[in-house]
Design a protein around this ligand. Structure first.
Ligand SMILES: O=C(O)CCC(=O)C(=O)O
Length: 354
């Protein structure tokens, strides 16, 4: 976090820790959280009207807003209501043999032919998803499903009315005052209890609105890049961490020992601000039932005309991504990027040559 807000953030975090210990009142308990090896601090939970919340968002630091009413009309959504009203569109549903849903970009698979995704995407109608969900729940195997679909104009009238009733007034002001670009999409996520979206970062600003059930969100600042070992830019799992949080391979990923995170459990009505380039790992609580979320992804603000130095960690990540992309294009084969970069540094930048 930026120095200016560190002291304030420490105080807010200790308030939020108190809130975490009041978890039972919020409808969940610690036994529903998976266990990991690294320390975390609580993300502050604040009213949207609290100036400290505005300061955190201005500074691109996470905060849980408890009273935005952002998706108020959707708080009545459940599987039955959605099945009746969502319409006849197609939905992307992922199935995984374990509880992890590591995202992969299918367009990037051509260059990595040995890559085998750990989940598979299926296209289906909503009613087919509901059937699959119930079958999967009943089978009690390790297989799980996760619906992840951008909301579009195939939704029925009632869902459209609910969507129009979102608090656009509040969110449009958030977008305008930070000079963010357009709203690119609203992803609808319907998950089974225990589902995990492993750590990754997005190149967009995100207001993550929880509708049903509880999700635990572990966030890591962009300066934790070296601890999280993302896949190469051209790999289908670009922007995803290679580290398995449940059994980290410290030989391959030694810096993971130094990782430090922030966390919050969000429930219905909460909105988590996930700043662009912040890593996030998200889990539907164990034994917590189905979860429903809608996110709001925005393009970031344009790059300022005058860059201030030293560069921030997120700006360095953007530079690294550009270099990797350019090398891939120049070489004509992304598989050659790694060996070339190794050749570039070996014996030159990997030891003191002064
Ligand atoms: O809720 C999830 O499981 C993942 C959501 C996510 O990664 C996002 O909104 O960027």
């Amino acid at each position: 976090m930026a120095a200016a807000t560190v002291v304030e953030a420490e105080r807010l975090a200790s308030e939020a820790s108190a809130a975490l210990s009041g978890a039972l009142e919020q409808g969940w308990d610690e036994s529903q959280l998976r266990q990991y090896s690294f320390p975390t601090k609580a993300i502050p939970r604040l009213s949207h009207a609290d100036p400290r919340a505005e300061a955190l968002i201005n500074n691109e630091e996470p905060v849980v807003l408890t009273d935005t009413n952002l998706v108020y009309p959707a708080l009545k959504w459940d599987i039955g209501y959605l099945q009746e009203n969502i319409g006849n569109g197609d939905y992307s549903v992922y199935a995984s043999e374990n509880h992890k849903f590591l995202y992969y970009d299918e367009k990037k698979m051509a260059h990595f032919q040995n890559f085998v995704p750990t989940s598979r995407r299926m296209e289906m109608k909503f009613s087919e998803f509901v059937q699959k969900l119930h079958e999967t729940e009943e089978k009690k195997t390790w297989e799980r499903v996760y619906l992840q679909q951008t909301l579009n104009d195939t939704v029925g009238k009632k869902i459209e009315m609910d969507f129009r009733g979102f608090n656009w007034n509040w969110i449009n002001k958030q977008q305008a005052k930070r000079n963010w670009g357009q709203l690119t999409s609203n992803l609808l996520l319907i998950g089974m209890e225990g589902n995990v979206t492993p750590a990754h970062y997005d190149e967009q600003q995100n207001f993550f609105a929880q509708i049903k059930g509880h999700k635990r969100c572990l966030l890591f600042a962009p300066d934790q890049f070296e601890c999280l070992y993302p896949y190469p830019v051209h790999h289908p799992c670009d922007r995803q961490s290679q580290v398995d949080f449940e059994k980290p391979d410290f030989e391959r990923f030694p810096n993971f020992k130094n990782i430090f995170g922030y966390e919050a459990v969000v429930g219905p009505g909460d909105v988590l601000y996930i700043p662009m380039y912040w890593w996030h790992h998200i889990e539907s609580l164990l034994n917590g039932g189905t979860t429903i979320t809608v996110n709001f992804w925005y393009k970031g603000a344009p790059t300022p005309k005058r860059i201030e130095y030293p560069l921030k960690a997120n700006q360095k990540v953007a530079i690294m991504r550009n270099i990797e992309k350019m090398l891939g294009e120049a070489l004509g084969d992304p598989q050659e990027v790694g060996p070339l970069m190794k050749m570039m540094i070996q014996g030159r930048y990997d030891q003191d040559s002064s």
